[in-house]
Design a protein around this ligand. Structure first.
Ligand code: DGL
Length: 259
């Protein structure tokens, strides 16, 4: 069945992630001061999604859609690259409001800045995101041909643990990046946990590459899609989690204050 989507300027939006990673996207949405209300839902009972199969990721994504049924949102942001790679299409087909993932906006943000198609692009993501090949295929379609992609799943638990710099992260970066001999011109942070360690990743590559961040990319995308206007009141945010809501709220307090 094809569901007719109503495209109103979104005032109340939903944000869905497998867990806490989507908070880095939430931060960009809050900073934009464009929304009256945001409902954040993290499937903290089942994170990480990044090591799971396509079938299970789709199943979890549709279950999250059920959660949002009673929230009366105008738009849903899938603030997770793994879900954007595997679950987005099924969610869009089953929903009456627009649902936007982070992958297409990320590609458009890169294209806006990196005009030289010979540039060296490095895509980082979970195992599932890299295996989906979606970033690589979309970049190739747009003419970028100097591509490398690395599954750097261990960054996810490090970030969850609050480790944003230091020796464990340095050796993990060395473990992953030693096989990558070049200095990239741009790095796509293809996992919403990675903006939290963006400074360390940039430093590893001598602060030279441009870093593409899902949260900033999706805001650029939304500003092009809708006539968003600054709200008069601060955005009202409500958190929901499938497990340990208090922990998610604590992480939100810490992360949303990170520069
Ligand atoms: N936040 C997810 C992403 O952007 C990664 C975490 C997970 O594996 O669930 O891909």
């Amino acid at each position: 069945m094809i569901v007719q989507k109503i495209k109103t300027t979104p005032k109340k939006i939903g944000v869905f992630d497998s867990g806490a990673g989507g908070l880095s996207v939430l931060k960009s949405l809050i900073n934009s001061q464009s929304f009256e209300e945001i409902i954040y839902y993290g499937d903290t009972a089942r994170v990480p999604y990044g090591n799971r199969s396509q079938k299970v990721i789709i199943q979890y994504s549709l279950e999250a859609l059920n959660f949002f049924k009673t929230q009366h949102i105008d738009l849903l942001i899938v603030a997770c690259n793994t879900i954007s790679a595997y679950g987005l299409q099924s969610m869009q087909q089953a929903s009456s409001y627009p649902i936007i993932g982070v992958i297409k906006p990320g590609i458009l943000a890169l294209e806006n800045t990196i005009k030289n198609k010979d540039s060296k692009i490095l895509v980082l993501g979970t195992k599932a995101t890299i295996k989906s090949n979606l970033y690589q295929t979309l970049l190739q379609k747009r003419g970028y041909h100097n591509l490398s992609a690395l599954a750097t799943s261990l960054f996810v638990p490090l970030v969850e643990e609050g480790i944003f710099e230091g020796e464990i992260l340095d050796s993990t970066m060395h473990y992953y990046f030693k096989s990558y001999p070049n200095n990239p011109d741009a790095i796509i942070l293809g996992c919403t946990h990675f903006p939290l360690i963006a400074k360390s990743i940039a430093k590893y590559f001598d602060n030279k590459p441009l870093l593409i961040h899902s949260g900033d990319s999706i805001m650029q995308y939304l500003q092009k899609q809708y006539p968003l206007k600054p709200t008069t009141n601060p955005t009202k945010i409500t958190f929901f989690a499938s497990d340990n809501l208090e922990r998610l709220k604590q992480t939100a307090k810490l992360w949303l204050n990170q520069p």
